[in-house]
Design a protein around this ligand. Sequence first.
Ligand code: IMP
Ligand code: MG
Length: 186
Amino acid sequence: MNYESCIERVLVSEKEIADAVDKIASQITKDYENSGKKILLIGILKGSAVFMSDLMRKIDLPLETDYIKVSSYGHDTVSSGKIKLKNEPDRINLSDYNVILIEDILDTGNTLAWVMDHMKNDLGAEELKLCVLFNKPQRRLKEIPIDYEGFVIPDEFIVGYGLDYDEMFRNLPYVGILKPSVYENQ
Ligand code: IMP
Ligand code: MG
C-alpha cells in the first residue's frame, strides 16, 4: 500500500495549512492577551493532535494543554451520533479557565455538540470557544457556533495532517481527498 495511490487530489497543501495555523494562532493571541482567566487548550484525540501541536507553539501566551478522547468512526466514514468520552480532562472544574476546544474537523456536529454540552453542563466551563481546522457544513445535523476556523471544505472524505481513514494517513503532511474506491472496497 502506498499513500499516493489512495489520494485523488491534494485539497490543502502543507504551506496553506501552515498559513492558516499562523492566522488562527495570531487571532487567539490577540483575543486572549488581556483575559483574566488562565487559558486551557483541549484537543480531541486523535485527529486534532497534529493541528494542536502546531497551533500551541504559535500562540504567544502562557497556557495549559489537555486532551480528551471520544469514541471514533472505526471503519466507517459517517459518525454514529452515539458519543462516548474515553477520558476526562485532568482539570475537572473548568470554571477557572478560558477553554478553547481544538478539533480537526466539524462534520455532522454530533461529536462536538455532545462534547461542548458535557463541558458546560458537567465540567462547569463558563468560557468555552471552539477552534476547528476544517469545517464541512454540508452534512451538519447540529448547529455549532465556530469561533476559529481554518478552511470550509466540500462534502468529501479527507485525510492527512492528523485526519485518518481507518487509522491510516494521519502522518501525511498535507490534506488530500481519499479515492472513494479505498473505502468502497472495504
Ligand atoms: P461529526 O461528529 O460528524 O462532526 O464528526 C467529527 C469527527 O469525524 C471528526 O473529529 C473526525 O474524526 C471525523 N471526520 C469527519 N469527517 C471526516 C473526514 O472527512 N475525514 C476524516 N475524519 C473525518
Ligand atoms: Mg476527530
